[in-house]
Design a protein around this ligand. Structure first.
Ligand code: PEP
Ligand code: MG
Length: 897
């Protein structure tokens, strides 16, 4: 016997269930389940997703399909007492696509299929309502022609409008039957003109044409794009559900609607939706007539409303989740056409999950899994008002979430100047550490170049500031202080709005809505924390960032980038003096100037973190990033340092590197200039001693960046341990500390066992590890990476979501090698991937102890870590746990200080 390709539902003969989503699609499984639990649905059948896969692969239907569809049609005829394609009581059907995941871009519904001149006449006679019959018929011809034959719906709408205009009526319900009959004729003539063929008059041809169209719609560019963005496999295929028609356009005791069992935007427990009297499904969506709020149905159709309330409750109880329902009322009788878990905002997701626990419907663990980590972002940042009308100039990388409106400025100094008085958006080709002051002062940052781990993106995320990066369509003309996108030119001082959550650059000032963390949010996060095993730290460089991150639940600092401290105020002069010093003696003097400043920074951070571990990374970026650019800056510095400008220029030029990312940076600086390591270690230990004396527990962890060989780490550690010994001796006390390294070069991963001999912890710098594993520049990748992802060459931007096959393998291997030498080696990650939910799940599986991410990603990472633990409870980190996380009260006390 042939395989089974068709499943019947309704009329007491249901063959599928909700657990067969992959085979029957979301709609097919929902219809089957509703029929099974006694919710009224019109009977029908579903052709499986397997048929779609076979059809798309082989270009033909599998043997036996036609017979199975025919037999299901006959069962449907018996169940409804109607005949498909003829008889006194014609059977009409709807045909709908339905993949396992709801997917915009797939074929729309076709209603009233089976209508021909003959069956329309029979329908008119049977219902005694000619108007209804021809209203259904003209709708069918339009929908079928649009969806299956490719004749645009607008052309039909124009003919309909012309008819209404001729009659002097506004609503199509006021057109008499004769006009509707004429319209059917006009529609068919249009089809013949546009396609060169007659509209199919055989219901069997109509049905197979629709089935074809559904399967082919799986391959439309829109559907493909949606799958790519949402990580849905191309191999799933779609099902086709064929359902006997019920009619919402049978008069004033009929209608159609859509409704959510809870408010999808706030999560409030109330029905939320719309209803139209005497209408068919597409009227609600098309906005042709103003629908009633669903509550209005209570007056319009009280009996059906009661039935609806009952069905909605039954379905929510059954699925134990908020449902999104489609329904039709035919002559006072309710039918459900679709149920699915309702899509919802982050705020609604949290509220619904928590309230469902309170209602005793789900467990706290289930509630945790009900909220997607990414959804939390919406709760933590201001958002572009979803109701605002916007003029989108371009869409680029959503580098740092939130929304910001401000006047455009092109220069960081100008941003710093204007920022305190008016909101500014800093627009740059790309940013560099020198722009920091302007970035601090700006509401948002827009760059024309750069990817998700470009300087602008990383710094903005760290500050919780909105950033859109890599807007390649922007043609910058900084000289004339303007940029152009297409035919729009934006001048300095014009308003723009950035949506860092979607990457939209919007012309003008758009209202934003502020989030407010709720009690529900707190409770959900407590449940998440109770189940996760992965610790969550933060990347923070200032006491303020540290305090913000603690408020979001960070359990330590996983990365303090000390170089960011070098740009504050006039420190940069001392840094430049250090770099450009003529010899060892001059350098030592310059370095000594920096010592008290660094010490004060570390003291602030140790106090803010109050007993939690603080990982401080030694200087990392290539030195020339700190140097003056251009003759004016060099002249200015020469004056301050009392040096000859020409000599100084020569020294600056001597630091130029062709490929600085792979050049004199990371621990290579500390090896060449041990004074710098010395000074930083001294600042850290003296700060630790001072703060410990105040009665605060300190846990410094000193991290050596960009190590490629064990010997580099050995030498750097020697200095650090030596300085520690000296400081502790001088101060007559000790502080517990660790020395570890970043693993951010493939060589480090490959030789992790040798490196582990000198390391007390590893932290994967997955930004650089991705860059060096792919041989792909972090700063230039934005130019072509989006097209790689769009074209499917890469599944994701590897700077955003860890490349498991390549970089992930190195992470696993280095962890294994490291722990082979030191079983309890603490291993974490501090690249941007530490805040990416899918990457966090991988780090959990790989047995890491912690992830570290920017402050505003901390709740996202906590929830992702909880998801990971619930999905894979067998994994627990191999190394000893870190100090317990602070209680909520403790965190709030710190935040209030
Ligand atoms: C990294 O490379 O992943 C990292 C955290 O360091 P940075 O981004 O500062 O190079
Ligand atoms: Mg790095």
């Amino acid at each position: 016997m042939a395989d089974r390709y068709v499943y019947f539902f309704g009329a007491g003969q249901t063959e599928g269930s909700k657990d067969m989503k992959e085979l029957l699609g979301g709609k097919g499984a929902g219809l089957a389940e509703m029929a099974r639990i006694g919710v009224p649905v019109p009977p029908g059948f579903t052709i499986t997703t397997e048929v779609c896969r076979l059809y798309l692969r082989a270009g033909k239907y599998p043997d036996g399909l036609r017979e199975q569809v025919q037999s299901a049609l006959e069962r449907l005829e018996t169940a409804t007492g109607k005949t498909f394609g003829g008889g006194a009581s014609p059977l009409l059907v709807s045909v709908r696509s339905g993949a396992a995941f709801s997917m915009p871009g797939m074929m729309d519904t076709i209603l009233n299929l089976g209508l021909t001149d003959t069956t329309a006449a029979a329908l008119a006679a049977e219902s005694g309502d000619e108007r209804f019959a021809f209203d259904s018929y003209r709708r069918f011809v339009q929908m079928y022609a649009d969806v299956v034959l490719g004749v645009h719906a607008d052309l039909f709408e124009r003919l309909l409008e012309a008819k209404k205009h001729g009659r002097g009526v506004r609503e199509d319900t006021h057109l008499p039957a004769s006009d509707l009959r004429d319209l059917v004729g006009e529609f068919k003539t249009l089809v013949r003109e546009k396609t060169g063929k007659d509209f199919p008059e055989e219901p069997q041809d109509q049905l197979w044409g629709a089935i074809h169209a559904v399967f082919n719609s799986w391959e439309t560019p829109r559907a493909k794009a949606y799958r790519r963005i949402n990580n849905i496999s191309d191999n799933l295929g779609t099902a086709v559900s064929v359902c006997s028609m019920v009619f919402g356009n049978m008069g004033d005791d009929s209608g159609t609607g859509v409704a959510f069992t809870r408010d999808p935007s706030t999560g409030e427990r109330r029905l939320y939706g719309e209803f139209l009297v005497n209408a068919q499904g597409e009227d609600v969506v098309a906005g042709i007539r103003d629908p009633l709020h669903i509550d209005g149905m209570a007056q319009a159709l009280p009996g059906a409303y009661e039935q609806f309330l009952e069905a909605a409750k039954l379905l929510e109880d059954h699925y134990r989740d908020a449902q999104d329902l489609e329904f039709t009322v035919e002559k006072g009788r309710l039918y459900l056409l679709q149920t699915r878990n309702a899509k919802r905002t982050g705020r609604a997701a949290v509220r619904i999950a928590v309230e469902m626990v309170d209602e005793g419907r789900i467990t706290p663990e289930e509630a945790v899994l009900r909220v997607e980590p990414e959804q939390l972002d919406q709760l933590l940042h201001p958002m572009v008002d979803p109701d605002a009308k916007v003029h989108v100039l371009t869409t680029a990388l959503p580098a740092s979430p939130g929304a910001a409106s401000g006047v455009v400025v092109f220069n960081p100094d100008e941003a710093a100047e204007r920022g305190p008085h008016e909101p500014v958006v800093l627009v740059r080709r790309e940013t560099s550490p020198e722009d920091f002051h302007g970035m601090v002062a700006a509401q948002g940052i827009l760059t024309g170049r750069g990817g998700m781990t470009s300087h602008a993106a990383v710094v903005a995320r760290g500050m919780g500031k909105c950033c859109v990066a890599g807007a390649g369509e922007l043609v910058m003309d900084e000289g004339r202080r303007r940029f152009t996108v297409g035919d729009v030119t934006v001048h300095e001082g014009d308003w723009i709005t950035l949506d860092g959550s979607t990457g939209r650059v919007i012309l003008g000032r758009v209202p934003t809505v502020e989030p407010e963390p709720t009690d529900d949010f707190r409770r959900l996060m407590e449940w998440a924390d109770a189940v996760r095993t992965l610790r969550v730290r933060t990347n923070a460089d200032t006491p303020n960032d540290s305090a913000v991150a603690r408020r979001f639940g960070a359990e330590g600092i996983g990365l303090c980038r000390t170089e960011h401290m070098f740009f504050e105020g006039d420190r940069i002069d001392a840094v430049r003096e250090m770099i450009l010093a003529d010899g060892g003696g001059a350098r030592a003097i310059a370095v000594a100037k920096l010592l008290p400043m660094q010490r004060a920074d570390f003291e602030g951070i140790f106090r803010a973190m109050d007993g939690l571990p603080v990982t401080i990374r030694l200087l990392d970026p290539p030195l020339h990033e700190f140097l003056p650019h251009g003759p004016a800056e060099i002249k200015d510095l020469a004056r301050k340092l009392k040096q000859n400008p020409d000599k100084l220029r020569a020294r600056v030029e001597a630091h130029h590197e062709s490929n600085p990312m792979l050049g004199h940076r990371g621990c290579r600086l500390g090896i060449s200039y041990p004074d710098i390591t010395w000074m930083q270690a001294q600042a850290i230990f003296e700060a630790a001693v001072n703060v410990q004396k105040e009665g605060v527990r300190v846990c410094p962890e000193i991290m050596v960046p960009l190590v490629g060989t064990a010997e580099e780490l050995r030498r750097q550690r020697e200095i650090i341990d030596h300085v520690a010994e000296e400081v502790f001796y001088q101060c007559d006390t000790t502080v517990d500390y660790l020395v570890g390294t970043m693993i951010e070069l493939p060589r480090a991963a490959l030789t992790a066992d040798r490196i582990a001999a000198h390391a007390q912890f590893f932290s994967f710098g997955t930004n650089d590890l991705t860059q060096t594993t792919f041989g792909l520049s972090r700063d230039d990748a934005g130019r072509f990476l989006p097209s790689y992802v769009e074209g499917g060459v890469l599944p994701d931007d590897p700077f955003q979501t860890l490349d498991l096959d390549g970089v992930g393998q190195l992470v696993e291997m280095a962890t294994r090698l490291g722990r082979g030498v030191k079983a309890d080696l603490k291993v974490g990650v501090c690249g941007e991937h530490g805040g990416d939910p899918r990457s966090v799940e991988f780090f959990h599986r790989a047995g890491l102890n912690y992830v570290s991410c920017s402050p505003y990603r901390v709740p996202v990472a906590r929830l992702a870590a909880a998801h990971a633990a619930l999905k894979d409870p067998s994994r627990t980190p191999a190394a000893a746990p870190e100090p317990a996380a602070p209680s909520l009260e403790e965190v709030e006390a710190v935040a209030a200080d």
